[in-house]
Ligand binder design. Structure first.
Ligand code: AMP
Ligand code: TRP
Length: 334
């Protein structure tokens, strides 16, 4: 039986943080044996907001390095940069003509990112989910591991696949399933437990970066917002205390334990003690990754070779799918 196929993407729009790691990359590592995997550094998505051209290629390498340093085997999986496989953009244009304005108008990520400045954001930021659908469907991927924040975009991908299949009376596209799992599918800001941890938060203290040294990890966790009560006894109680719940779920995800097990161990204890253990745990898990990223980044040729091999393998799969799509849509084959 052929393996099911995964595609997922991460933007090279800044350094990676703990949310990217726990919500996405750590899960990629655990899925790689059971699926045929395409992991893509989505540089076309990154330029929907301004990126410094002097830094973009290096940031793309950095995400590739983080994949490998986290435990993704570059020989068994296909790692590549989105811009290098033109079929993504070609399919995205067709999806621009399949998806409806009304569907995209409902995307909460666009509303959050555009804010009050809607007239001034790029058209790409609005049509972003159509490109994401193309990333997935150009490989006929069946499963997509992502953090919770991407769920709505995945639903849109499913709608696009369905509408294309219906409009053109075909069964070409599978209806891909999101894979959202682990104890930390939505890691929140360390400064505000109601906001997700993100690259764009102005406060450095809101997030732990994969590249943080031990001192920064300790400082950020020490300063993380909590309430004056000791740790809760149950998950129900924790759910009413978002900052507490966030730190507990981060601990659970990093230590591969359930939230309930962590609560059993720490219920009634003071946050000062818990935070010390959490900082030790985070440093123990993240330091080897950041050291490995630094090492890999010193060998640019190696990373470029990985991405070149990935690009060739990706094109070999994407090209025949695009040919079928062109044929289905009815383009002249000249
Ligand atoms: P991005 O950096 O926006 O390209 O996100 C890459 C991956 O990380 C996606 O699968 C996101 O869903 C995931 N991700 C980003 N931020 C978080 C977060 N705060 N918690 C959990 N997952 C996240
Ligand atoms: N939009 C995703 C994010 O910001 C990144 C992404 C682009 C992606 N294409 C994808 C994720 C395809 C999964 C599948 O997090």
């Amino acid at each position: 039986m052929t393996k099911n196929r995964i595609l997922s993407g991460v933007q090279p729009s800044g350094d990676l943080h703990l949310g990217n790691y726990l919500g996405a990359i750590k899960n990629f590592v655990s899925l790689q044996k059971d699926y045929e995997c395409f992991f893509c550094v989505v540089d076309l998505h990154a330029i929907t907001v301004w990126q410094d051209p002097k830094e973009l290629a290096q940031k793309t390498r950095e995400v590739t390095a983080a994949f490998i340093a986290s435990g993704i085997d570059p020989n068994e999986n296909i790692l590549f940069a989105q811009s290098q496989v033109p079929q993504h953009s070609q399919l995205a244009w067709i999806f621009n003509c399949v998806a409806r304005m009304g569907w995209l108008n409902r995307m909460t990520q666009f509303k959050d990112k555009a804010g009050k400045d809607r007239e001034n954001v790029s058209v790409g930021l609005f049509s972003y989910p159509n490109l994401m659908a193309a990333d997935i469907l150009i490989y006929l991927a069946t499963h997509v591991p992502v953090g919770e924040d991407q769920k709505q975009h995945l639903e849109l991908t499913r709608d696009i696949a369905q509408k294309f299949n219906n409009d053109f009376s075909t069964d070409l596209f599978p209806i891909p399933e999101p894979l959202i799992f682990g104890e930390a599918t939505r890691v929140m800001s360390l400064r505000d437990g109601t906001k997700k941890m993100s690259k764009s938060d102005p406060s450095d203290y809101s997030r732990i970066m994969l590249s943080d040294n031990i001192d920064s990890i300790v400082q950020k966790i020490k300063k993380a917002k909590t309430d004056p009560h000791p740790l809760p006894a149950t998950k129900e109680e924790a759910e009413k205390r978002p900052e507490a719940l966030n730190l507990i779920t981060i601990f659970a995800a990093l230590s591969d334990q359930s939230t309930d097990t962590v609560l059993e161990q720490y219920s009634g204890k003071e946050f000062s003690l818990f935070k010390k253990d959490l900082a030790d745990l985070a440093a123990e898990k993240l330091q080897p990754i950041s050291k490995e990223v630094t090492k890999l980044m010193s060998d640019q040729d190696y990373l470029d070779q990985i991405m070149k091999t990935g690009k060739d393998k990706a094109i070999a799969v994407a090209e025949p799918v695009l040919t079928k799509v062109y044929d289905i849509v009815g383009f002249a084959n000249t």
